[in-house]
Design a protein around this ligand. Sequence first.
Ligand SMILES: Nc1ncnc2c1ncn2[C@@H]1O[C@H](COP(=O)(O)OP(=O)(O)OP(=O)(O)O)[C@@H](O)[C@H]1O
Ligand SMILES: [Mg+2]
Length: 324
Amino acid sequence: MSTMTDAPPPSQPPPPAPPAITAYDVRRAFGEVRAVDGVNLEVRHGSVTALIGPNGSGKTTLLLMLAGLLAPDTGRITVAGLDPASSAIARSRIGWMPDSFGTWDSLTALEVLTTMASAYRISKEAGTARAWDLLRTVHLEEFAGAPAHTLSRGQKQRLGMARTLINRPAVLLLDEPASGLDPRSRVDMRVLLRELAREGCTVLISSHVLSELDEMVDDAVFLSRGRTVSSEALLSTTSSRRRWRLRSLDGERLRQWAFAAQIPLFPDSDAPPGGASVLIELPDEQSAAHVLASAVRADVPVSSLAPVGGLLEQAYLSLDADRR
Ligand SMILES: Nc1ncnc2c1ncn2[C@@H]1O[C@H](COP(=O)(O)OP(=O)(O)OP(=O)(O)O)[C@@H](O)[C@H]1O
Ligand SMILES: [Mg+2]
């Protein structure tokens, strides 16, 4: 007979993994320019996190420091629990993809990868197998024998991604990896990064294509003039006044309904042609459902109601910062 004491102890949830990347009060100047001027961040293990900010806000400088390729003036950085500037072990766990690549002389695409594999002391046989695997992953098998410098920009970018993955990094630092990629390759990259995250890899990715990041990332870190802006604060203020585009086949009826229902309308300067289009501010999806139901009840011929831009784009536009 089984008794309470026979029952297995209740399983404890595993303790949360420490953040894969941390930076505390990190600063780096180039002469008079304070490129990174007080960055604080913690990137969750196994997450895909966006690094977002205007031109010159310090993204590349920060990524270089996280990759251990540039020393901070002050502050503390850890990647996989170690300081990347002083730890070769930390650097061996990092995959760094710069925003542009140097020339690869006359190496073929396959040789670029096998050379990288041998730099990581992977055996010749395993390195070649891994190189072919990655060429398949980025759909470049047919270019294996082509000199890398003859590849198109987008193909080079994909080869660069394969090169970054050769050592199965635990942490991926990607600086605008999607620039130059065609729509199909962008989708492939999104799928690949989500898959890597599922396998436990942590991804920090900078990009200006916010709609793309919206669909891919778990978290976002915003930089403005070298400083991190609290993303929670940013996203909550942004989402509390999110704009939606309401389109109707009959502009007059739309305005009459909005007046009667006391819903303020904003002019839609980017309205697509045809029909009538206005913007309204709504706090959440539930309010959107109510507004839609109310308009339909009032016989407004609504053709669509959808948020304008993604959350990240709205947060970005609300950044109190300009380009430099
Ligand atoms: N090696 C350098 N020497 C001097 N100034 C630099 C150097 N690298 C970066 N800077 C300056 O530091 C600031 C941040 O540059 P950084 O390249 O980090 O910006 P970014 O956010 O990556 O911009 P972008 O979106 O254009 O790639 C800029 O004002 C830039 O001019
Ligand atoms: Mg940059």
